[in-house]
Design a protein around this ligand. Structure first.
Ligand SMILES: *[C@@H]1O[C@H](CO)[C@@H](O)[C@H](O)[C@H]1NC(C)=O
Ligand SMILES: *[C@@H]1O[C@H](CO)[C@@H](O)[C@H](O)[C@H]1NC(C)=O
Ligand SMILES: *[C@@H]1O[C@H](CO)[C@@H](O)[C@H](O)[C@H]1NC(C)=O
Ligand SMILES: *[C@@H]1O[C@H](CO)[C@@H](O)[C@H](O)[C@H]1NC(C)=O
Ligand SMILES: *[C@@H]1O[C@H](CO)[C@@H](O)[C@H](O)[C@H]1NC(C)=O
Ligand SMILES: *[C@@H]1O[C@H](CO)[C@@H](O)[C@H](O)[C@H]1NC(C)=O
Length: 332
């Protein structure tokens, strides 16, 4: 029995060692939870190996944490901030990289948290990234985030941005980190897309010449000026083509993604009678199903659960012209 325990302990430590082989021994923080009695020994290294966990019982102030983490740039291991009372995570604002290969990165159920505010964070390597259940949170504020991905295979990161404040929104830049990563197939999000900032010509709320990302629905009806959508790459909203006199949708040749998160309407609806509805570069359609957002390849058949209601229209999925094509877009 005792021997078994020792063996278990040994194996546990050994696993820790191999997870933390990247770190100098003085840069490894072993305790499972950060609390007031061990925060003094948090390593002052730029790269720290730790399964860092902070919760309501940690008894730490924002100031103590800011001081403890002031040199921290890379965290190897994992990060969980759950049920804590902080209003943000700005004490981790020098952090640029989290490498949590086998652990989740979770910031959940913090009842006073209004934003993350990890303004230098660029990269999160994990199989499960969750920012959820933070009832006051209205924005992420991760302005430099570029990569959320995993490294171990099979790699299918699961993302949850779920049950935060009802006004919670993600910027188009934050949204793209997830949308443009084709390995992410499970993206549980009930977030709006934040209103585009006025000074960005490439993001618009109404179709405009030169606009690349539309925050809002695109409705193509009679007498539609197709020049306004020629540069369009992403629609954060649904695409409706109704009563138009177009022969085809070649005007949307730059469109790669249609993403709509309110889950009430089909994400794409196109009238019958067009000669072709092919959009040469379309890669992904994202829509909410059963309160989650479901990402599917354009060629799969389920675009929503309301087919019957919209029987006046040929739904995108039913149209034969939409034949499978190769991924590089060369064989359209
Ligand atoms: C909380 O931390 C302070 C020092 O920061 C200490 O004086 C106090 O005893 C701690 N309270 C608990 C419940 O651990
Ligand atoms: C969350 O924190 C509160 C105190 O702030 C505590 O009473 C409760 O047990 C905690 N819940 C969990 C799941 O840890
Ligand atoms: C965050 O990055 C900026 C440069 O973009 C730098 O000036 C700032 O010092 C960094 N913040 C911290 C806390 O390291
Ligand atoms: C796609 O965008 C490029 C550059 O903005 C433009 O030259 C091209 O004509 C567009 N394609 C279509 C089909 O409009
Ligand atoms: C379609 O266009 C006709 C005119 O050509 C108009 O009378 C009708 O109301 C339009 N229908 C819709 C749904 O916009
Ligand atoms: C549509 O949604 C209902 C639940 O609202 C579900 O039972 C049904 O399986 C769904 N159908 C399809 C085709 O997804």
């Amino acid at each position: 029995m005792v021997f078994t325990l020792f063996l278990l302990l040994f194996l546990l430590l050994k696993t820790n060692c191999s997870t933390f082989q990247d770190c100098e021994s003085e840069c490894i923080f072993e305790p499972v939870k950060l609390i007031s009695t061990n925060i003094g020994s948090f390593p002052k290294c730029a790269k720290v190996c730790s399964f860092l966990k902070i919760d309501h019982s940690s008894n730490l102030t924002h100031e103590q944490l800011t001081e403890a983490f002031k040199n921290l740039e890379t965290l190897v291991g994992g990060l969980e901030i759950v049920n804590a009372t902080f209003t943000d995570v700005k004490f981790l604002n020098s952090l640029t990289r989290i490498e949590a290969n086998t652990s989740p990165v979770r910031i959940s159920n913090n009842e006073k948290m209004i934003e993350l505010g990890m303004v230098n964070l660029t990269t999160v390597i994990t199989y499960n990234f969750a920012v959820s259940g933070n009832k006051e949170m209205t924005v992420l504020n991760l302005p430099k985030l570029q990569i959320v991905d995993c490294q171990l295979s099979p790699c299918k990161p699961v993302i949850s941005m779920w049950n935060n404040n009802q006004n919670f929104c993600m910027t188009t830049e934050e949204m793209k980190v997830f949308l443009l990563n084709n390995r992410i197939e499970q993206f549980y999000v009930n977030s709006k897309v934040c209103e585009p900032a006025g000074d960005n010509m490439k993001t618009c709320k109404m179709p405009e010449v030169g606009c690349e990302e539309l925050v809002g629905n695109l409705e193509i009806r009679q007498d539609f000026d197709t020049k306004t959508v020629n540069s369009l790459k992403i629609i954060y909203g649904s695409l409706l083509v109704q009563n138009s006199t177009l022969d085809d949708l070649s005007c949307l040749g730059n469109l790669t993604h249609v993403a709509q998160f309110d889950g009430l309407k089909p994400v794409v609806e196109i009238q019958e009678g067009l000669k072709s509805i092919k959009m040469a570069n379309l890669e992904r359609i994202v829509t909410s199903v059963w309160n989650g957002a479901h990402i599917q390849n354009e060629n799969k058949r389920k675009l929503g659960n309301d087919t019957e209601i919209f029987e006046n229209f040929a739904l995108f999925e039913k149209t034969p012209q939409n034949a499978p094509r190769s991924f590089d877009g060369l064989s359209c």
